[in-house]
Write a protein that binds this ligand. Structure first.
Ligand code: BMA
Length: 328
């Protein structure tokens, strides 16, 4: 039995696997949990991140407006399912050169020590990785962009590794990037990043075609006694455009650029109407996971068709068994 290393979360949002379900990940029965018009100005609410906060949960939500401009908004929940999203986006304090907003999307949130760090795709002469922090989800401070343009899907590890902060990212281009591999970088201070290491890339041929075009990190990696459990997205290019599915991998605990296990089969993909149809059809895009170390349960939050937000469940053992049974 693999163990999640972390805190117990007795109030983790959860549903048992439905009888007869053979899949490693199962959807919340009342998906989507957040609709596209969750706030008065929103066109869509998706690709969003949540964490435990106080007695409940807080999050940073990607809401594209009815002007279809992309920004991130704070939100709060007592149960992780029903969310109140602020009607105004996050405003950051900091150096005006850096806080000047072009666009912000696809946030990830991680608690490191006692502080909540937000990482997102930040427009700065092209997409790069923005970084900010908050202690209360009311006041937000922005730090230096983590990397040069062009980069997306930045995700911080929840603790220092060998005394350094760890980051996964995916170098990209100015457009809808037709390539994408995951790299690891480390930093002593969250400002200066280096020792960039290749973690994993696309998989050619048809052995695992769902991840043949690009891959990118999803939620904050989950620490287990067998390694870092990484949930990620993989993309297939079809005659009808990109299809985004979800997979998982197990990374070495001290050298996270070393992949110990990786799934050949996707663990979640567009199947339900709200995943198949929306502003961008055929997208399941995970950006957050809550865990309960006492039971090994995992609740995944994912964007559906770039329009609404869904939730799905699994356990650490289920994913590790799945990767072991169907390795890449
Ligand atoms: C990626 C990002 C995501 C989006 C996905 C599918 O490049 O822009 O925000 O969910 O495309 O459109």
């Amino acid at each position: 039995m693999a163990k999640i290393i972390g805190e117990p979360t007795p109030n983790l949002p959860w549903e048992d696997k439905p009888a007869g379900c053979a899949e490693p990940v199962w959807r919340y029965s009342r998906n989507p949990i957040i609709g596209r018009h969750a706030i008065p100005t929103s066109n869509s609410v998706f690709n969003s991140a949540v964490v435990k906060f106080g007695d409940g949960y807080a999050g940073v939500f990607r809401c594209d407006s009815k002007a279809v401009s992309m920004d991130i908004f704070p939100g709060f929940s007592s149960d992780g399912i029903n969310w109140r999203i602020n009607h105004e986006p996050v405003t950051f304090e900091g150096d005006p050169e850096i806080t000047r907003r072009e666009y912000r999307y696809d946030p990830r949130v991680v608690k490191i020590d006692d502080r909540y760090y937000i990482v997102w795709c930040n427009g700065y002469h092209g997409p790069t990785i923005g970084l900010g922090y908050t202690d209360d989800f009311k006041t937000f401070h922005q730090l230096e962009n983590l990397l040069l343009p062009y980069n997306r899907n930045g995700v911080l590890f929840p603790r220092k590794i060998n005394g350094k902060y760890g980051l996964l990212s995916r170098p990209s281009d100015t457009g809808h990037t037709p390539f994408g591999d995951i790299f690891y970088s480390e930093s002593p201070d969250l400002t200066y990043w280096g020792r960039h290491r290749f973690v994993m890339g696309t998989y050619g041929g048809d052995r695992s075609a769902w991840q043949s075009k690009k891959v990118g990190a999803g939620p904050v990696p989950i620490e287990t006694d067998e390694g870092w459990l990484l949930i990620y997205h993989g993309v297939l290019n079809t005659c009808n455009g990109f299809v985004y599915r979800v997979g998982c991998a197990l990374l070495d605990i001290d050298e996270p650029w070393k992949v110990k296990l990786r799934s050949r089969f996707y663990i979640l993909g567009p199947e339900e109407p709200y995943e198949l149809a929306g502003d961008v059809p055929n997208v399941t895009f995970p950006c957050a996971a809550l865990t309960d170390a006492a039971t090994g349960r995992i609740a995944i939050y994912y964007g559906c068709a770039d329009t609404v937000t869904g939730m799905a469940f699994t356990t650490v053992d289920t994913l590790i068994d799945h990767m072991t049974k169907y390795p890449l």
